[in-house]
Design a protein around this ligand. Structure first.
Ligand code: IFM
Length: 452
């Protein structure tokens, strides 16, 4: 452990993350409006076991106890998201003060505990009323998002030093609007591409709003970036990997850092592209202070013999998590190095990394999760090696602080370093929680020693 913890500077931010719909619960309290995920969960057959975020981890009521756990963990920062339907239950117009009050209390409790809030503004819970009016494929949703960002920044902007405009726009666009496995469950490539453009545009507009209403804060966006490896040097495998990289990564990285969509992908998507208005790309490319990277796995990609653009290969020689995701720590290292080389963001945070495993409580009530511990250790080591290569990595957030609602999988998949007993809502720190606590402590001690 000591070798890897020595890599991290003393101001490196160690954190844990979660998101509003996944942990808050209290879905009908204090004036919160309906979100697309409430509606999706209520639609038979969409979410495993008919689960929903109605109660989730009840973080809305238990946040003080959860912050006490964070203190025990010793993290520097907590990444959470604000639920848009708590702030603007009707999508536009009247702001719900009780919704803002909750985040006010949460932020103050965190700061009072010496924990820096990293606030994600959109982690997928669009107000349903906006979806009914056209959702993200409609440009008007960008205007509605502006109002929302103004309301949140107006209230919290004096205390928040790190804002994340969006979480994983690729997932919202393609899984939510293109393939329908997530809310709102639409299945249209044109909707997916319009959603991606409007999410990017709303990001750029949010950057302007946050610069004005939260001066001195740092603003970024979080992308899910997997590093696709070509299955061989054969040109068709290399082209397939490049396609996957274009679709998942470059489609978002290029506009954000170069102000343009990648030309090879644009050519392929041209027939289904939304209208791009003058000035959109400039807005999207507004300078940001950091890039958030979520990384869990990295696929092995080759040509598809059945005529598709690409095929994901099943590696035999790696471990898998309970999601079936392949454990490829090198992919995090390679992705970080590549993003720094190709796009040169001023700073990078790993805003999510972690693993689901089928955790159970032992007879003594404890939850031992050596696989997760090994996963975190290997990925953190890979992140450290990226720093050695000159990557401006400033922090790492474990996903997730606690087991929570894993979208279409419901409560079946457990990502937490804290176990949640959903029958009683009791929290039980897992073995990985204690490992991470000790790792952070030793990393700090070694950094201080080196600085002395
Ligand atoms: O739970 C999700 C999170 O909401 C977004 N990133 C991936 C996680 C695990 O699937």
């Amino acid at each position: 452990m000591s070798d890897q913890s020595r890599r991290f500077p003393s101001d490196f931010v160690w954190g844990a993350a979660t998101a509003s719909y996944q942990h808050e619960g209290a879905s009908n309290e204090d004036g919160r409006g309906e979100s697309v995920w409430d509606r999706f969960c209520a639609t038979p057959g969409k979410v495993r076991n008919g689960d929903s975020g109605a109660i989730a981890c009840d973080f809305y009521h238990r946040y003080r106890d959860d912050i006490a756990l964070m203190r025990e963990l010793g993290i520097d920062a907590f990444r959470f998201s604000v639920a848009w339907p708590r702030i603007l239950p009707n999508g536009r117009g009247a702001v719900n003060d009780k919704g803002l009050d909750f985040y006010d209390r949460l932020v103050d409790e965190l700061l009072g505990s010496g924990i820096e809030p990293f606030v994600t503004l959109f982690h997928w819970d669009t107000p349903q009323v906006l979806e009914d009016a056209g959702g993200w494929p409609a440009r008007a949703t960008v205007d509605a998002y502006d109002e929302y960002v103004e309301a949140v920044a107006g209230r919290l902007g004096d205390r928040i030093k790190h804002w994340i405009t969006h979480n994983e726009p690729w997932v919202v666009a393609w899984i939510g609007y293109g393939w329908g496995h997530h809310a709102p469950g639409r299945t249209s490539d044109a909707d997916a591409l319009a959603t991606a453009h409007h999410l990017l545009l709303s990001h750029g507009r949010a950057v302007e709003i946050l610069r004005a209403l939260s001066p001195g804060s740092e603003v970024g966006i979080t992308l899910n970036l997997d590093h696709p490896y070509a299955a061989s040097d054969a040109p068709e495998d290399v082209a397939a990997a490049r396609w996957v990289d274009g679709m998942h990564n470059r489609w978002f990285l290029d506009p954000l850092f170069r102000g343009e969509y990648p030309s090879d992908m644009l050519e392929a998507f041209q027939p289904t592209m939304p209208a791009i208005e003058d000035g959109d790309m400039r807005t999207i490319g507004a300078p940001i202070d950091f890039l958030g990277v979520n990384n869990y796995t990295s696929p092995l990609v080759g040509a598809d013999a059945n005529g598709g653009r690409s095929r994901f290969f099943h590696r035999e020689d790696v471990d898998r998590t309970d999601m079936g995701w392949e454990v490829v720590p090198e992919g995090l290292h390679d992705m970080l190095v590549r993003v720094q080389r190709d796009y040169d963001p001023p700073a990078i945070y790993v805003t999510e990394n972690g693993a689901a495993f089928a955790d159970v409580r032992g007879h003594d009530g404890a939850v031992l999760d050596p696989e997760r511990q090994a996963y975190l250790a290997e990925y953190i080591d890979a992140a450290g090696r990226a720093i050695d290569q000159g990557v401006a990595l400033r922090g790492y957030f474990a996903w997730s602080l606690m087991d929570n609602f894993e979208w279409a999988w419901g409560y079946w998949k457990r990502f937490g370093i804290v176990y949640v007993d959903y029958a009683t809502l009791e929290r039980v720190p897992k073995g990985s929680f204690y490992w991470y606590r000790d790792f952070i402590e030793s990393s700090r001690a070694q950094a201080d020693e080196a600085a002395a």
